[in-house]
Design a protein around this ligand. Structure first.
Ligand SMILES: [Zn+2]
Ligand SMILES: [Zn+2]
Length: 237
């Protein structure tokens, strides 16, 4: 509570280094972010050592349900206490610093790897109602605002529901992650996904298992395609 009060009184101190800044992240901390703008797997967005871009091994063997997953930056899990982007994301997710969402959402819109006209609807990865109650907001829904505005398409924060209160994915191996989120998502009764090209937004993508489970639910409900946009991607797989 103190933190969110401080956010309102002093909105402009850099979350990465604490300096007085004109934004949530100062120029030097923004400069320390490792953007993913180089070559990556065209399907899952995994950064590759160099061109030509080709499908990664996993997408050849076991392709995900979504068409493309793109994250704008790397999430340096091993340095999460020093990586300004990781600090900002954790501040938003676990520190209750809702004020950080707008800056991260703007950043996502500025670096958007998709073009207008490619999607009909933007939707966030949903939290379970219990998680939503505990946190007070769905960070992915807040992050999705900038991209939706930039693309000029509707944001439907209630398109998907999380049916099961799944355990946190942190610390799980890849197959455990998949098992953990299998059939955890559904299109909300009364909502239509049929024929739509959906852009799904999440904060951090690791194995892509959550995005894949959401994409399966959307495609099962008749969506035409599902792309995924994340602020950051961890490179541990
Ligand atoms: Zn800074
Ligand atoms: Zn891939």
């Amino acid at each position: 509570m103190l933190r969110s009060l401080l956010d309102q009184v002093f909105p402009w101190s850099c979350v990465g280094c604490g300096c007085a800044a004109a934004a949530a992240l100062c120029a030097s901390c923004r400069g320390a972010i490792r953007w993913i703008d180089s070559c990556c797997c065209p399907r899952c967005g995994l950064p590759l050592a160099g061109p030509p871009a080709h499908l990664c091994g996993r997408c050849i063997v076991d392709p995900p349900a979504f068409t493309r997953l793109r994250a704008v930056a790397c999430y340096r899990a091993a340095e999460e206490d020093r990586d300004p982007l990781a600090i900002a994301i954790r501040g938003l997710k676990y520190g209750g610093r809702r004020a950080l969402a707008a800056s991260l959402s703007d950043l996502l819109a500025e670096r958007l790897p998709f073009s207008p006209g490619e999607h009909d609807l933007v939707a966030p990865v949903p939290l379970h109602v219990r998680g939503l109650r505990a946190r007070g907001f769905n960070q992915a829904a807040l992050l999705a605002r900038g991209p939706a505005r930039r693309l000029g398409v509707r944001l439907d924060v209630g398109l998907l529901v999380r049916r099961r209160d799944t355990a946190a994915q942190v610390g799980l191996g890849e197959s455990e992650r998949r098992r953990n989120v299998r059939r955890a998502f559904a299109v909300r009764p009364g909502r239509r996904a049929r024929g739509l090209r959906v852009l799904l937004v999440d904060d951090v993508a690791t194995s892509g298992a959550t995005a894949d489970a959401c994409a399966q639910a959307l495609l099962g409900a008749g969506a035409r395609s599902v792309d995924v946009l994340a602020v950051a991607r961890t490179l541990v797989r």
